[in-house]
Design a protein around this ligand. Structure first.
Ligand code: PEP
Length: 248
């Protein structure tokens, strides 16, 4: 039975007062059959971790540095995230790949650092709209998988999120057949690295404009094991509704 996971990515949003949103989805997390994680900005991580300690909500970082410590002004290591209470870390988000020039090689090193710090690592992959229109989706996503999934990955410490770049924050979602094809392809590519058994157990999330109105339909697609949710995770009631998709 594969893990099901609903992960919220707050991006560069949220100050102290937004911590109140947690109260709106705490019960949903408790009563649903999926794991729930929120990745707030670094500044809220420790406080959120304390606030969610006795709940079914986990916390995670949105990024980490690939080194453990050192002269890296402004950076935060995976070990520091764990020390702040995080149990998850996102790596390779498209806003970092495309906005900050993160390469597959750098993303793999971050993934290795995150796994070795004991964090469940959510690797984001996905094609741009131009790449899809040029028929390059499999090539791009295949390279992201083969070059970013570390040998140390296993279904306990690793999750892949398929996030078509053109669907992130746009209100556009990939259609059912695009999601089904991409997720099956990702699982097959992961089996080349991890072996068929572990790849079958690996959770693969969909991300890209998931909201309370489309979550049930998307999460019911074959090989979709939950979602990575940006905008809708900022509103506690909406995030609760998405989590409740996995009500027992
Ligand atoms: C994301 O941040 O990974 C994301 C999918 O954002 P949104 O849900 O807003 O499209």
């Amino acid at each position: 039975m594969r893990r099901k996971l609903v992960a919220g990515n707050w991006k560069m949003n949220g100050t102290s007062s937004e911590l109140d949103e947690i109260g709106k989805f705490r019960d949903a997390a408790e009563s649903s059959s999926c794991d729930v994680v929120v990745c707030p900005p670094f500044t809220l991580l420790h406080r959120m971790s304390l606030q969610t300690r006795e709940t079914a909500i986990e916390t995670g970082g949105q990024n980490c540095h690939h080194l453990e410590a050192g002269a890296q002004t402004g950076e935060i290591s995976a070990r520091m995230l764990a020390d702040a209470g995080a149990t998850y870390c996102i790596v390779g988000h498209s806003e970092r790949r495309h906005g900050l020039g993160e390469t597959n090689d750098l993303v793999r090193r971050k993934a290795e650092a995150s796994v070795s710090a004991g964090l469940v690592t959510i690797l984001c992959v996905g094609e741009t709209e131009d790449e899809r229109l040029e028929g390059l989706t499999d090539e791009v996503v295949g390279a992201q998988i083969s070059e970013c999934v570390p040998k140390s990955a296993d279904p306990e410490n690793f999750v892949v999120a398929y996030e078509p770049v053109w669907a992130i924050g746009t209100g556009r979602t990939a259609d059912g057949s695009q999601i089904r094809e991409a997720h099956a392809f990702i699982r097959a590519e992961c089996s080349n690295i991890l072996g068929t058994g572990p790849a079958d157990e690996l959770a693969i999330l969909y991300g890209g404009s998931v909201n309370p109105g489309n979550a049930a339909e998307i999460f019911a697609i074959e090989n979709v094991d939950g979602g990575l949710v940006g905008g809708a995770s900022l509103k506690g009631d909406d995030f609760a509704a998405i989590i409740r998709t996995y009500r027992d």
